[in-house]
Design a protein around this ligand. Structure first.
Ligand code: GDP
Ligand code: MG
Ligand code: ZN
Length: 290
């Protein structure tokens, strides 16, 4: 029988199948080969009794995130608040690069707390990203944009990624009222300073659609990315890459660079500046290793 791991607790994996949730253990061979079943994995199981089974095989993963550890993500909703905390475009672009580098097919930008901003501030952000990614403006306070987010989620496993305090848990709560994730409001009273999101779990939002809630990050190192790859993770660069004079163009100092020629035409200057900053960071890290 086939299924999908939606939760792991200790050595027990909860596998969603056509016949409901089966609690599975794993064959010792997995441990021996250092294979860790991961939430999101498609697996083949055999049934031992009623709702108990054993995982026989893990099917190939199309991608895997490390923090939180979850596989086969179809859609990343990169969530920031326009204010409180102020939107940080450097960090937003790092999340976008990270999502691109993980082969996530659908990437959506969500700008939350738009009740705190005026139209002009939102339009500035929209202008930079609207031709590259779908961008949705939401307010969980006013229920704005939630329906649009739901449409992007349909039939997918969706991860909400972004810094803490931007409203990820609040968004998820307004998408699936049963989840009742802890949000900042409550956590301030009980566990100040700690991130409040629980263990990794696929939460069924609606039919065939799952959500992963994640703890937030405030900074994000891209150090695992080879600097030559970075250009492919700035999605709007891709169609111009083969038009540079030098085929190994880094788009920083070389002449006749089609990326630089596109600045303020089809490539936004601020995105390009972030590319150069990330590139230089990667270059400096490399030097430290030598
Ligand atoms: N003004 C405003 N506040 C919000 C909105 N969404 C969430 N918040 C507040 O932002 C804080 C952090 O929310 P939370 O969902 O815990 O953020 P998370 O850390 O990203 O999961 C809480 O105090 C929420 O009440 C919104 O749309 N507008
Ligand atoms: Mg949260
Ligand atoms: Zn170039």
């Amino acid at each position: 029988m086939k299924g999908r791991i939606i939760k792991g607790v200790g050595g027990t994996y909860f596998v969603a199948t056509d016949n409901g949730i089966i609690k599975c253990s794993i064959r010792g061979i997995f441990r021996k080969n250092k294979i860790t079943p991961t939430v999101g994995d498609y697996v083949e199981i055999s049934i031992l009794e009623d709702d108990k089974g054993i995982i026989e095989n893990i099917l190939d993963r199309k991608n895997i995130l490390i923090r939180p550890r979850v596989s086969n993500i179809d859609c990343a909703i990169i969530t920031f608040a326009i204010k409180s905390p102020n939107i940080n475009l450097d960090l937003l672009d790092r999340f976008l690069v990270l999502a691109e580098s993980q082969n996530i097919e659908n990437i959506v930008i969500c700008v939350n707390k738009c009740d705190l901003a005026d139209k002009k501030e939102l339009e500035e952000i929209e202008k930079i990203y609207k031709d590259i990614y779908p961008i949705v403006f939401t307010s969980t306070n006013d229920g704005i944009g939630i329906q649009q987010i739901k449409e992007y989620m349909k039939d997918k496993v969706v991860v909400f990624a972004g810094p803490s305090g931007v409203g990820k848990s609040s968004l998820i709560n307004s998408i699936l009222p049963d989840a009742m994730l802890k949000t900042g409001d409550i956590s301030k009273k009980i566990e100040r300073g700690k991130h409040t999101t629980r263990q990794v779990e696929l939460l069924e939002a609606f039919d065939n659609t799952y959500i992963v809630d994640t703890p937030g990050f405030t900074s994000l190192s891209l150090d695992f990315i080879p600097k030559e790859k970075l250009q492919h993770y700035f999605k709007e660069f891709i169609e111009y890459l083969d038009k540079c004079k030098f085929c190994d163009c880094s788009h920083i100092k070389e002449p006749h660079c089609s990326i630089k020629e596109q600045i303020d035409i089809n490539i936004s200057k601020t995105r390009y500046e972030r590319y150069t900053r990330f590139y230089q960071e990667l270059e400096e890290q490399r030097k430290e290793f030598i």
